[in-house]
Design a protein around this ligand. Structure first.
Ligand code: ARG
Length: 457
């Protein structure tokens, strides 16, 4: 049934109907639409705008529709323009006259604004929960690898030794910030647009505080024109998702590198990797590659929304119906990616021996050799030059600093003695980094204890 046939004398063109319709994608708002309508009808009854009996009939009718949609006995009717028309049509078919009163003091403009907010709020909470699971998975691996040495990189060149716990901890920080962004976004969006009407409020004595409270909002929104045309909360949420995806994509990139033959740092579990149809030896990091690849879809939704909104005069414009398809896809994509990545991370075996061997090669202790000289009174700039010469010597001979004989050290600087080997050992290099935020196991254990505290329910 159409909600607006009265002033028309001709039927809508078929192609126009299909182009205009949103039911194919806004059907996923059915539960939020019904919950919003229940709160609205309840309030209309309490305020005496409709009778309590009518309100009761409407609420029972809506509950029946919800149950039937969920148990599959009611199908979406493609003849309806959108989810709002569909629910109202079925309601009126089922309960008669009272159903026609549901839309009193309401417009589809504040209705859809409400539905989208309710839906976005739920997905935000879901994704926040998934991030918490991801953080728990990172933390579990960190606890196992406080003393797993590995090279830290800059410019993708071996730089200084770190530990795997330290490296993973960087991602713990990123995803923690993402969670706090979600919390901020939720707080800002948690106001109820219902009662804004088409754009200018209504003349009925609506109790907007009541509906806002019934639907779990902190209160009603304060400007009706803004209420029906605001999609900032959605843009903010998708931008939070974009950051999450950017972080996941970087993490995926590390896994892809670490899984390569050249690195060999990780052994992906068979359940989280795939093979090649032609090359029998292959074990591919497809999950990580897909997460990296799908990041673009989420950015696309952000760009799409920003672009859709940038030219819209107040208040509602039909362009805003375009807020749904790509943002739904972005929410689904981000949720899947977080879930799958968490599974991959928890089942991965890190190859401690390979990582440690890699850290021991590539002069990751060169800074520590310079610091050794500094500890014996050599100015840092001179120490840097001396160790540079030692590195050159090692490169010519194809050995590491640990393997260079003491007499060679002493030829370049007499300040060196036997104790240099201890000072530049991998263990010392990592253990001596004890300032907050550094990889030293003692300080890392303190940080891990804080992370654990933060993840407590
Ligand atoms: N399907 C519409 C949307 O998603 C619902 C609001 C329709 N309002 C209107 N005035 N045509 O935005």
């Amino acid at each position: 049934m159409k909600l607006w046939g009265g002033r028309f004398t001709k039927e809508t063109d078929q192609a126009v109907f299909a182009f205009n319709a949103s039911l194919p994608f806004d059907r996923r708002l059915y539960r939020q639409d019904i919950e919003g309508s229940i709160a609205h009808a309840d309030m209309l009854g309490r305020q005496g705008i409709i009778t309590e009996t009518e309100a009761g009939q409407i609420i029972e009718g809506l509950k029946g529709i919800l149950a039937d949609l969920e148990n599959g006995s009611l199908d979406f009717d493609e003849g309806c323009e959108d989810i709002h028309s569909f629910v109202e049509t079925v309601l009126t078919e089922r309960i008669g006259e009272a159903g026609k009163k549901l839309h009193t003091g309401r417009s589809r403009n504040d209705q859809v604004a409400l539905d989208m907010r309710l839906y976005t709020r739920e997905r935000l909470d879901q994704i926040n929960g998934l991030l918490k699971d991801l953080l728990a998975a990172i933390l579990a691996q960190m606890e196992e690898h406080v003393e797993t040495y590995m090279p830290g990189f800059t410019h993708l060149q071996k730089a200084q030794p770190v530990t795997l716990a330290h490296h993973l901890g960087a991602y713990f920080e990123m995803f923690s910030r993402d969670r706090s962004r979600l919390t901020d976004c939720r707080r800002r969006m948690n106001y109820c647009p219902l009662g804004a009407g088409a754009l200018a409020g209504t003349t009925y004595p609506l109790d907007r505080n009541y509906t806002a409270g019934a639907l779990g909002f902190a209160g009603p929104t304060r400007n009706s024109m803004d209420s029906v045309s605001d999609r900032d909360y959605l843009i903010e949420f998708i931008s939070d998702l974009s950051l999450i995806m950017m972080h996941l994509s970087r993490f995926s990139e590390e896994f892809i590198l670490w899984n390569s033959n050249e690195y060999g740092f990780v052994e992906l579990d068979d359940t989280y990797s795939t093979g090649s149809s032609i090359m029998p030896q292959k074990k591919n990091p497809d999950i990580a590659e897909l997460v990296r690849g799908k990041t673009g879809r989420v950015y696309a939704a952000l760009t799409d929304l920003l672009t859709t909104m940038k030219g819209l005069p107040l208040a509602y414009n039909k362009d805003m119906q375009e807020d749904k398809e790509l943002s739904f896809d972005a929410m689904d994509t981000a949720a899947d990616c977080i879930r799958l990545f968490t599974g991959m991370l928890s089942t991965t075996t890190f190859r401690k021996d390979v990582m440690e061997r890699s850290a021991a090669k590539g002069f990751t202790n060169a800074t520590d050799a310079a610091d050794y000289l500094v500890g014996r009174g050599v100015p840092f700039r001179d120490a840097h030059g001396i160790v540079g010469q030692l590195v050159l010597l090692c490169l010519e001979r194809g050995i590491s600093l640990d393997e260079l004989p003491l007499e060679d050290y002493q030829k370049i600087s007499p300040v060196f003695d036997q104790s240099v080997y201890e000072a530049i050992s991998l263990k010392t290099c990592v253990e001596k980094r004890t300032t907050l935020g550094a990889p030293g196991p003692a300080v890392m254990r303190q940080v891990i204890a804080q992370y654990k505290e933060e993840l407590k329910p």
